[in-house]
Ligand binder design. Sequence first.
Ligand SMILES: NC(=O)c1ccc[n+]([C@@H]2O[C@H](COP(=O)([O-])OP(=O)(O)OC[C@H]3O[C@@H](n4cnc5c(N)ncnc54)[C@H](OP(=O)(O)O)[C@@H]3O)[C@@H](O)[C@H]2O)c1
Length: 289
Amino acid sequence: MTSWTPASIPDLTGKSAVVTGANSGIGLPTALELARHGARVVVAARSAEKGGAAVETIRREVPSAQVEYARLDLADLASVREFAAGVGDVDLLINNAGIGMISRQETKDGFEMQFGTNHLGHFALTGLLLPKLLVRPGARVVTVSSDAHVVGRLDFDNLDLERGYGRLSAYARSKLANLLFTLELQRRAEKAGAGLISAASHPGTTATNIVKLGPLQPLFGLLFKSPEKGAHPSLYAATSPAIRGGEFVGPKLKILTPSESARSEELARRLWDVSTELTGVRFKEIAYS
Ligand SMILES: NC(=O)c1ccc[n+]([C@@H]2O[C@H](COP(=O)([O-])OP(=O)(O)OC[C@H]3O[C@@H](n4cnc5c(N)ncnc54)[C@H](OP(=O)(O)O)[C@@H]3O)[C@@H](O)[C@H]2O)c1
């Protein structure tokens, strides 16, 4: 699919999109291109200052853009609930925000930060927005994962990673959870006869704030692709008519095969049950009977 460019995105007039982490990195050009093609876009970000600046950037680039900021802190389930209650229609949910390679921290609700933000926050957000998504024809959820998922391991007896915490292994685990979630959401939607498409993306190594190179940081713009390019897999997954539920779009828009762990239905079901228990969000519209 090398001929695809953001100019190939169809007219999105009448559609509403929520992009998490749209104030920075890959999320900003994702939100910008959706707005450029006519979607009403909600910039979901944890800082009003950064979210407001992103809205201004998008309006400068696309003066006709219908774009607004709404506060969302994925590391705080109360904030996720507040955001979901306040948002209007949702056709496209781009679960893009992420945190990576940090020392061990906890979310407001006491979850290990990378798992809590990247997976549990998006799990809760998607479940709370599900009733809004299910009434919109052609609705899609795109969850940004990473090829780092291949080294991810999920130990349900050590979810808090109080033992053996590693910055990269915690990140990889959260990205494995993103893919398990994507595929399980697709299976559940299909079983319930819902038209919802759940897909995942991997941007490829992109020059954004999440990539931490220490003293080499000033070079990263030369070494890695631009955030605009990094946004292509998400944009393609969110808008291309060629996408099928459960697909994982990578750099150059190749459809990637998730690792064996990511394809495990047993692991996905267990993660779903644990995530339901931890967040209290039930996805009852597509629950297995
Ligand atoms: N860059 C890469 O090479 C690469 C490769 C594979 C996958 N990815 C994935 O791409 C996605 C986007 O990351 P990026 O590369 O664009 O990095 P980034 O520039 O650091 O963007 C991450 C975004 O997530 C937001 N965020 C972090 N914690 C949050 C929270 N608790 N609540 C709400 N928003 C939060 C950040 O907000 P603040 O600005 O407030 O921190 C920022 O807007 C992530 O899921 C990442 O795992 C990136």
